[in-house]
Design a protein around this ligand. Structure first.
Ligand code: TYD
Length: 142
């Protein structure tokens, strides 16, 4: 995977044990691979191939890591100054979705399965869903 240069993001690589012909086992340990206590896990699946997109928001405080455990998609990262596009298809790599990082997932394959681990419970007020508001807040934080 390419290096991530946008702010509040980054890549972690999980440990994997490949045992041909018996498959692959991938492990994430809290404190070792995931640097926060996980309070919530959610899965994104059954996204229609083509023009569907998800995300389109940033969080004020939440820390998350996103993994693509099957299929593929593109993730667009935007810290308010810099943008970067990443292809997600290797289940060993997680992308950090830190605070104040606008993210959009697109170009889902039919079999794409995303898994997200989050540092906190669902909180509607932590979302920034308006891109202009995001840009304003992101510029303030510099
Ligand atoms: P949203 O975070 O907008 O999904 P995505 O970023 O993948 O496009 O959430 C979609 C809906 O699901 C929204 O109505 C809120 C709800 N939701 C929960 O109730 N709990 C959760 O943990 C998450 C992530 C979403």
């Amino acid at each position: 995977m390419r290096k991530i240069t946008v702010k509040n993001s980054g890549i972690i690589k999980l440990q994997s044990f490949d045992d041909f012909p018996d498959g692959r086992l991938i492990v994430a340990e809290i404190g070792k691979h995931i640097p926060f206590e996980i309070r919530r896990i959610y899965v994104i699946t059954n996204v229609l191939e083509g023009r569907s997109s998800r995300g389109k928001h940033a969080h004020r405080k939440l820390e998350q890591y996103i993994f693509c455990f099957n299929g593929s998609c593109i993730i667009e990262l935007d810290d308010g100054t810099k943008k970067q596009k990443m292809v997600m298809r290797d289940p060993r790599y997680g992308i950090r979705l830190g605070p104040m990082l606008w993210h959009v997932m697109r170009r889902f394959s039919k079999d794409c399965v995303l898994l997200v681990v989050a540092s906190d419970y669902y909180d509607k007020s932590d979302y920034i869903r308006d891109y202009k508001e995001f840009l304003k807040l992101a510029k303030k934080k510099i």
